[in-house]
Design a protein around this ligand. Structure first.
Ligand code: AMP
Ligand code: FE
Ligand code: FE
Ligand code: ZN
Length: 285
C-alpha cells in the first residue's frame, strides 16, 4: 500500500490483450477519469495492447502518458518471479520472437489443463477458453473464466483454489523461463527491468538473487504490500541504488485482491521522473 506519496502514475496495468478485462482504450479512458498522469501497460507476455493504446491516445488527446511495458512470468526454484519491463521497444525482433514462442507454449499448456478438467468431468473446451481470451495470449485466468461461465465456480479465486492453482488437480506448469533471461530480454529491447511485487515471492532469497542478476528497480508500492514491506523494499532499493516503482496490477472487474481498482497503488511524478531519467539519452541534469 502507498505510504504518504501521491499516486500519479500507475505502472502495472493489464488489458484485454492479456488477462485484463478492459481494452487498452477503456483502460486509458479510466486512467484519465481517475486523474492519473500516466500508466504503464504491462500485459503478460504480449505487447499487442501497445499499438491500439498509442493510436487511441493520438486521436483522443487524453492527458495521460503511456509507458510501453510488459510483465514476464518467470520461475526460480519453487517460486514465481514476475519481471516488469518499462520503455521497451515493442518492435524489437528478438523480443517479438521470444514472446511468440512463449505464447505458443502457453496454448499447448492450456490444452493440457483443459484436458485434465474434462477428465475431472467438466464440460469446457479449448474453443471456449480461446474465445474468452479474445487475444493472442491464453492464461489460467481465462480458464478460470470458462469455469465461471459454465457455473462450476463463482470466482477466479475459487477456480485457482480448487482446480488450477499450483498443486491443484488440473494444474500444468508453464514453459521454463528464468528471471535472468527476462532481465536480459528487457535490456536487449532497450527497456528498464523491475522486480514485480517482491512481497508475493514465496522464497525471499530470490529477491537478492534477482538484484545480483542486474535488475534496475523494485516494484515497492503494490496493493498487497504491507507498510512494513514497503519500508523494507525502499531501504533495499536505496542500499543497492535501485529505482522504485509501483502499481495496482489492475486486471479489471472481477479480479481478486485489489487488482480491480486502477490507481489503487502507484508512484508520484517525482519518483516517475527518476525512472525516466535512467533512460539512455535522458540522464538527470
Ligand atoms: P499463468 O501465467 O497462465 O500461469 O496465470 C497466472 C496469472 O493468473 C497471474 O498473473 C495472475 O493474474 C493470475 N492469478 C494467479 N494466481 C491467482 C489467484 N490465486 N487468484 C486469482 N488470480 C490469480
Ligand atoms: Fe494476470
Ligand atoms: Fe504479476
Ligand atoms: Zn501483473
Amino acid at each position: 500500500m502507498n505510504c504518504d506519496i501521491p499516486i500519479e502514475y500507475d505502472l502495472h496495468v493489464h488489458t484485454s490483450a492479456s488477462d485484463g478485462t478492459l481494452s487498452p482504450e477503456e483502460v486509458l479512458r479510466r486512467a484519465a477519469r481517475v486523474g492519473l498522469k500516466g500508466i504503464a501497460i504491462t500485459d503478460h507476455d504480449t505487447v499487442a495492447g501497445l499499438k491500439p493504446a498509442r493510436e487511441f491516445l493520438a486521436s483522443s488527446a487524453l492527458p495521460v502518458e503511456l509507458v510501453p511495458g510488459i510483465e514476464l512470468n518467470t520461475e526460480a526454484g519453487a517460486s514465481e518471479v514476475h519481471i516488469l519491463g518499462y520503455f521497451i521497444d515493442d518492435n524489437n525482433p528478438t523480443l517479438l520472437t521470444r514472446l511468440k514462442n512463449i505464447r505458443e507454449s502457453r496454448r499447448g499448456r492450456a490444452r493440457e489443463m483443459i484436458k485434465k478438467l474434462c477428465d475431472l468431468g467438466f464440460d469446457i473446451s479449448y474453443d471456449q477458453v480461446d474465445s474468452l481470451a479474445g487475444g493472442d495470449l491464453i492464461g489460467r485466468p481465462h480458464i478460470a473464466r470458462a469455469l465461471i461461465e459454465k457455473g462450476y465456480v463463482s470466482s477466479v479465486k475459487e477456480a485457482f483454489q480448487k482446480y488450477i492453482g499450483k498443486g491443484r488437480p488440473a494444474f500444468v506448469p508453464r514453459y521454463k523461463f528464468l528471471p535472468e533471461e527476462a532481465i536480459d530480454l528487457i535490456r536487449t529491447s532497450g527497456g528498464i527491468s523491475f522486480l514485480a511485487h517482491p512481497g508475493l515471492i514465496a522464497e525471499t532469497k530470490w529477491i537478492g538473487q534477482v538484484i545480483a542478476y542486474g535488475i534496475n528497480g523494485l516494484e515497492v508500492y503494490y496493493p498487497e504490500h504491507h507498510p512494513d514491506q514497503v519500508r523494507g523494499y525502499l531501504e533495499l532499493a536505496q542500499k543497492h541504488e535501485l529505482l522504485v516503482s509501483g502499481g495496482s496490477d489492475f486486471h479489471g472487474e472481477g479480479a481478486s485482491e485489489g487488482r480491480e481498482r486502477l490507481g489503487y497503488a502507484g508512484i508520484s511524478q517525482q519518483i516517475y521522473c527518476k525512472i525516466r531519467s535512467r533512460l539512455p539519452g535522458k540522464e538527470e541534469k
